[in-house]
Design a protein around this ligand. Structure first.
Ligand code: FE2
Length: 390
């Protein structure tokens, strides 16, 4: 990498275009682009020695930032065109919750019907493309954590309710409940919700009020099922009586409320945030498992892990044989051997030209070694979920 010079012609970065900030995969290098390539942390790139030699661009040449902006615009446009896709449905549901939270914050009456409609859309998408929905739901942009967390809590709730074979009407109801569970956060000042440093006791108490206030708001809203109110009020209660706001114990907590507490924590622990690293799902699950039989019901926790998989869809894993793979589909009977899409050769330090799909439960050659952080590899696992399966 230290041999890169302005004017050389870059032939390949060795990563897909979604993983670098440049508009093109091939271009003449200048000082800025060399600096950006170094920041990508790549260990090698491919230079076309037969080309290049061009003079460095003049000082008033368009900044690389403009290229980045164009590339980002293209990406957003391409994603927006894909109507009816899991990505689009997730985005729309997030917008519905975002609007609803804004209305609640402004003291306007909230329209729960819109949330029910979004919940139905999500339920249909989850039925037809469960893995992509679960993977996409984990990805959070910098903008507005609460509404993104709310939508994914709804999605996870529905996935788990179906896993438990609850009636479809209940599945939709719980989806709506998941999306509304944190509505009381609109009554907590943003600077407390987003405070990066440790909260003071006073601030923590203020955050805790979102349960009671959310419950009050929903109780006084037309057409809200009582279980939705309960979940908003009690999702921070714990079966061992250590939760808030009322330190209720198991006998006073409905099954749906007990489930909501597991899902709320799982989502918070495993979200992939654009602005800081989330914990790998395996770590999030391990933390929940540690509390199974204490804060969380043991049986429900085990069932949830069976539903979501030890390696949930969209996880990046390292396999034996120096390969990285994206988990496409967990195997319920073989939680450590999911169906994966093999995408990266660690020896050659580059993506495979032809990624392929392997059902690890059906063969013994390859095993998952461990979970990997996609950020360390500039890989966006969700992009590999829609690939054709074997
Ligand atoms: Fe909450």
């Amino acid at each position: 990498m230290s041999e890169l010079r302005p004017g050389m012609h870059l032939a390949d970065l060795g990563v897909s275009w979604t993983q670098h900030p440049f508009l093109y995969n091939r271009f003449d290098l200048d000082r800025e682009s060399i600096e950006k390539i170094r920041k990508l942390g790549l260990t090698r790139v491919w230079i076309d020695a037969g080309k290049g030699g061009a003079a460095p661009p003049p000082a008033d040449a368009p900044a690389e930032d403009e290229h980045i902006a164009v590339a980002e615009e293209k990406l957003v446009a391409a994603e927006e065109e894909a109507a009816g896709t899991p990505g689009e449905i997730t985005r729309e549901a997030r917008q519905v919750i975002r609007n609803l939270l804004e209305d609640a914050r402004a003291g306007k009456a909230i329209e729960v019907k819109n949330v029910e409609e979004a919940s139905s859309e999500l339920a249909a998408a989850l039925a037809s493309d469960r893995n992509a929905m679960l993977a996409l739901g984990r990805i959070r942009s910098r903008d507005g954590y609460t509404y993104q967390h709310s939508v994914n809590t709804g999605v996870l709730f529905m996935a788990f309710a179906r896993h438990l074979q609850l009636p479809e009407a209940k599945v939709h109801l719980l989806g709506t409940a998941g999306m509304l569970h944190d509505i009381g956060k609109v009554f907590v000042p943003d600077h407390i919700l987003t405070k990066p440093a440790k909260l003071t006791d006073e601030e923590y108490k203020r955050i805790q009020t979102h349960t009671v206030k959310g419950g009050e708001l929903l109780r006084h809203t037309d057409g809200v099922n009582p279980i939705i109110v309960k979940i908003a009020e009690q999702h921070h209660e714990r079966v061992d009586g250590t939760g808030y706001p009322c330190r209720l114990a198991r006998k006073n907590l409905d099954l749906e409320v007990q489930i909501s507490s597991i899902i709320d924590v799982y989502d918070a622990l495993t979200a992939i945030r654009a602005y800081h690293k989330g914990r790998p799902p395996t770590e999030g699950l391990a933390m929940i498992m540690k509390n199974a039989g204490k804060a969380f019901d043991n049986k429900l926790t085990q069932l949830f892990i069976r539903c979501i998989g030890v390696y949930p869809p969209g996880s990046l894993v390292r396999l034996t044989g120096d390969r990285l793979a994206v988990v496409v589909e967990p195997r319920e009977a073989h939680p450590h051997q999911p169906l994966v899409r093999v995408i990266y050769d660690l020896k050659r330090e580059r993506e495979l030209d032809r990624p392929y799909t392997v059902d690890l439960s059906a063969q013994t050659d390859q095993k998952v070694v461990r979970h990997e952080d996609p950020e360390n590899w500039f890989i966006r696992p969700e992009h590999y979920l829609a690939e054709p399966r074997v």
